[in-house]
Structure formats: C-alpha cells, structure tokens
Design a protein around this ligand. Sequence first.
Ligand SMILES: NC(=O)C1=CN([C@@H]2O[C@H](COP(=O)(O)OP(=O)(O)OC[C@H]3O[C@@H](n4cnc5c(N)ncnc54)[C@H](O)[C@@H]3O)[C@@H](O)[C@H]2O)[C@@H](O)CC1
Ligand SMILES: [K+]
Length: 591
Amino acid sequence: MDVSNDADRLQTLLYSSYSTDTVRQMERPLLDDGVPLMRMAASATAQVTMSLLDDEDLPIENARVTVLAGAGNNGGDGLYAGAELANEGAQVTAIAVGRSLHEEAFRAFVHAGGRVLVLDSAADIPGCTSGFSAGEAGERLQAAVEYARSSHVVLDAMTGIGAAGALRGIAGTLAASIGVDGDLPDKPALPDNEPSADLPLVVAIDVPSGVGVDDGSLPGPYIPADATVTFGAMKPCAMVPPASYACGRVTLVDFGFDIDDAVPFAEMTDGDFVSDSIRLPRLADGKYSRGVVGLVTGSARYPGAAILSARAAARTNAGMVRYLGPQRAQDMVLSALPEAVLGKGRVESWVVGSGVPSAGDETGEDDAQRVTIAALLEHYALHETDDEMNARALAMPPIVVDAGALDLLPNRVVPQVVVTPHAGELAVLLNRLDGDGVEAVSRQQVEANPLRSALRAHELTGATVLLKGAVTIVVGPDGDGGDRIILSGRAPAWMATAGSGDVLAGMLGALMAQQDGLLTDDPALVPEVAAAAAYTHGLAGAIASKSEQRGWCCPRLYGHATRHSANAIGHPIVATDVIAAIPQAFDELIR
Ligand SMILES: NC(=O)C1=CN([C@@H]2O[C@H](COP(=O)(O)OP(=O)(O)OC[C@H]3O[C@@H](n4cnc5c(N)ncnc54)[C@H](O)[C@@H]3O)[C@@H](O)[C@H]2O)[C@@H](O)CC1
Ligand SMILES: [K+]
C-alpha cells in the first residue's frame, strides 16, 4: 500500500490491521537498529494507565496494581510498565504465570520496588521461591486471583502476539478465574468504549490475553480489557469481532513502522472509503441511468420486509425500484412507496429473500417467491463444464441474497452474488454446503469465530459474504486471486432490531445498482460496495438513534491529542427510523 504522506499513513495505520507475521516483519528493522521498542511500549502503557486512574480520581500513590506477567516479551512490557508505575508511587505486584520472566525487565521491576508472586512450582526466577507442593501451588493461585480482583488496576501481560491457540496451564486457569471462559463479552455498549466503573481496571498490553490474535476469535479463557495499549500496528483481534469487543478502548503506539509495502489483513471502512461508492447524479441522467433495483422480497406471510427493503432501496440513491411479490405485499408496497413499479423489467441489481420463508418454515415449500428466486439464482450458478453458461453467469447484474433465499443459493456462484446472513443463517448455510462428512457448525461457533466462518462460506460458494453484526464482516475477492476482508463497525447496538436486515438488503441493492455495471466487470469492487452499504446503514442508524456508540471506535493515537470524546448513548429505534435517516446519512457522506 503506497502511503504518500504522514496523514495518510496515520489513517492507514488506524484503519488497517496486520497479521502477527507482518507485524514481526515490520518491527525487525527497528529492533536491528537497536530502537528500544519494549521500553517505549512500557512507557506508553504506564502513561495510559495513569490517565485512566486519573479519570477515576485515584491518586497513583494509593493505587494497587497487579501485573499478570508471562514469560515472553509481552511479560517484559508488563514488568517495565509496572516498574514505571512503582516509581510513580504505586504498589505493584507481578504474578509470574510462566517458569521465567524477561530478565532485564524483571531486574528493573524489582529495582523499582515491585514484588513478585510465582505460581509455577517449576519456575526458575532469581530470588523467588519455587519447588513448592501442589497444595501450595493451589493456594498461591487462589491468592493471586484474590489479589488481582482487589487491585485497582490489572496489567494483562500474559501473552501478546506470541500466543498460540487457547490459553493453557496456569495462564488459562487465571484467565478463566479473573476473566471469561470463552463466552462472548456481555456488557452494555457504551460510546467511546467507556471503561466500566467497576474495579479493577484491566489494561491489556498489546492484546487481551486469550483472544485469537490473528482472527478475532475467542478460543477459550480470556481477560476482557477496559483498555488495550497496542504497539506498532493494529492486530486483527482489535478489529475483528468478537475479540474486538474484548479490547475496550484501544490506544495505538506508533513505532514508525514502514507500512508502504505491508498488506493489511483486514481493513475497517471509514467515511472516505464509503463516499467513493456513491454515484452522484449527472446532468444527463434519467431514472434508468441512475440504476434500477429489482426486489423479490416479502411474502404473503411476511409482507413487512417488502416495504422495508423497497423504501430503503428507494432512499439509497437508486433511479427506480421494481417490486415482484404476492398481491398483498404489492398493495402494501404501493401504498408505502407510490414511486415503486410493479412487475418485471430491466434492472441493474437484484435483492432477493428478505421476508421470504425458508424451506424449514411451514409456509416455505409452496411460497411463490421461492420459485421466482430459485429460477433467478440459477442464472448465477457456475458449472464445472458449461463455459457458455458460466460466461452468462459472469455477465449477470449483482444480486443480494438475504434471509429466506440463502437456502436456494447454488453451490458455486459468481462473486457479484452477495449473501447477507446473520450468524445463525451462516451456520445453516455452512452445514448445507459442507455436507454430511463434516461436523456440523452451530450458531455459537459462528459467533465465536465469525471471520473463519465467513471465509469458509466465501471459499465454498465463491459468493461475497456479508456477515451481519455490531461489526459487520465482508469477505470477497481481492482481484488478485486472494480474499479481501473489509469490516464495518459504524452501527450502534440499537440497530439490533426487527427489520434492520431488510433495510440493509434494500440499501445494498441500491448501492450496487448505481455502479454503472462496474461490479460485473470488476468483482473486486463488490466487497467495497458491500462494506459501504453496511457503513451507510450503520450511520443512518446512528443518526436515527442519536447515538455516538459504535461497534468499533477508531483507536486513540498515543501522544496525539484526543478527539472530541463521544458520550451520547442515544435511544431505541425501529427499522423504519433507519430508513428515515438515510438522506441525512448521504448528506454527511457526500459532504
Ligand atoms: N518484538 C519486539 O521487539 C517487541 C515486542 N513487544 C511485545 O512482545 C510481544 C511478543 O512477545 P513474544 O514473541 O515473546 O511472545 P508473547 O510474550 O506474546 O508470548 C510468548 C509467551 O506466551 C506463552 N504462550 C504462548 N501461547 C500460550 C498459550 N496458548 N497458553 C499459555 N501460554 C502461552 C509462551 O510460553 C511464552 O511464554 C508483543 O505482543 C509485545 O507485547 C513489545 O515489547 C514491543 C517490541
Ligand atoms: K496481553
């Protein structure tokens, strides 16, 4: 990625996450030059911790701090940070979870007056007791848990980017006692990831210990943080849910990594990226040239989705909306949206399935909408041998496949097919595609590792996958034979409400219709437009609910002035409110 000036570089740093391998490559030249990265990391952590204590009106001299210190460099960061806090007057105890501690950091820590509690009887740490009995090991563990819980601050320095798999051994037991054992974080969604008032404040060093650093998963016990201080570059777990929900307020310490040639693993959308997907009206435009969306949504049983998807599409800068559906839904669409046109005709994009029963639904089998959708989706199927049919499929306009249409998706399709499941629907889709030989995946498993599930669905079907959530994950082609992962975290949690998905489907259809056919020619644009739709949808929800809370907040940059801090929680909304706010969302994006 070519980053021409400093502002662009910082923007890229804040909105891109890099795999641990890439981070290690980027830090190598600095380490070779002797730049004291660990001391810089530790100082920043100590400063952030002190400012959190300050916010709580807790003088540093009165603060009790626990450092959960692993044997690696992450533990080294923690010990140096602990030493700085001890030098400021705090009472600091390190709990050694491994058999050793980073030597120099340990010396600095002890020199500053820090105390150490060893948990592993086989540990070899100078001046510390080891070789104790199993009974004493249990007592020490219990004492460590109690000490940590009664502290004002816990610095979580057990594992950083060197973590492999779920936390094992003493680190795992400690995380399960102090933190959470694999369940999703369960706390109110507050603006600016405001730390909870409960003590201890947990500050994660680089990453919360126990999360899947490279995929955002929650493979086992982990310690949810109030704040995470991360070094050099954002790791995937600070962006990809659900681990991103466990990071709290993130501060990035810029080490000056050269990111020019580094390929991000996952990118977060921002307003600039989204505005590129909006087609401004032209002087020579008519309604057809601005893009027509065709909807096969709603059903006799669920007509409301027809109205929501149609009204949302019409508000999202489309030239025209065509609607196909049963008489009752047609009547309702026309009364809610007199601008809609009924029946078939040329379209630049399709939206199918919102409010259509799935096969498992009692009315699903004989619903006429399903017959129409199945016939349409056949045109998007890729076949192993039939080149002529494949060429026709590749030339089809983009299509959104939502809700009840997901079980009609052919096994292999072209990438301008965007499937828009939530976690439960993605589990059902994966189980159908993977077939009998493979162990079934549950909704909970998709929720614990949504990125892996989205990647799998993309790999199996070829479709672009938009997995809905507080942070929406889009996986599609990158144009070079690889995958592109784009996230959108703009939505406030108020948007988890009936009909919200129908609105997104309509908005995505309209955004795809206005791309002048480019998506069919260049499928690498499909994930960008899909993420832009998720962002615009989230922004409209934020406007409607008057909420400054977001699924993902841009990290603070260490040493730079903090932006205006957001504090409006907002209020509940219904899906119709989101549609009403779409014009204002466009106003903000186009400006
Ligand atoms: N490379 C560098 O120069 C810098 C690294 N820094 C820190 O160093 C960290 C990386 O350090 P390391 O590579 O030493 O690795 P870590 O310290 O992240 O992890 C290695 C330690 O974790 C243990 N561990 C790994 N997986 C585990 C599991 N599943 N259950 C229990 N224990 C497990 C290992 O036994 C080892 O003791 C970064 O995250 C960052 O905090 C910073 O100091 C900045 C500079
Ligand atoms: K950590």
